[in-house]
Design a protein. Sequence first.
Length: 196
Amino acid sequence: MDKIPTEQIKKLRDKTGVSIMQCRKALEDSKGDMEKAIVLLRRKSAEAADKKNDRKLNAGAVASYIHGKGSVGSMVELFSETDFVSNNAEFQALAKDIAMHITAANPQYVSWSDISEDVKKKTEDAFMSEVKGKLENIQKKIIEGKLKSYFSERILMEQPFVKNQEIIVKDLIQSAVQKFGERIEIGRIARFSIRN
């Protein structure tokens, strides 16, 4: 493909939030295929996030979101390496979007590491009764699949992002790492709801 149309680059940027130069490069590498370009950008985002995992988080923002007439809301800590990034309007908007997601999706955990072994064991035992009578190796695979599905619905980083169901929250964070050039991480989360 000779030249990538500006409209296509803009469309990819709007979808991913990644820089124009990176969008152009991804489209060139994928020969103009938008879906392949998105996959390339996600892969680069994951690589960028992995490279920054050992950096210290010295700044961040706390954001909240209150839905409707105030019957449900949430708060989130979103960390970054520097005040330069955490004071950025786009970073603040990201924190607000994550708070909105928490309000809508009601995750119980931020990541897999937040789930205690006791909770995992109790959940596994509950599923075990459903697969009794099957061969042991089949039981194990079924239980693994059920546990992954069950906890993925309850882990913030594994949930489909409410504003773009094509990505999970983990992809959103990795994309932000690539965009801002710093390690970004979700800290504590809290969700409040008035029960009727």
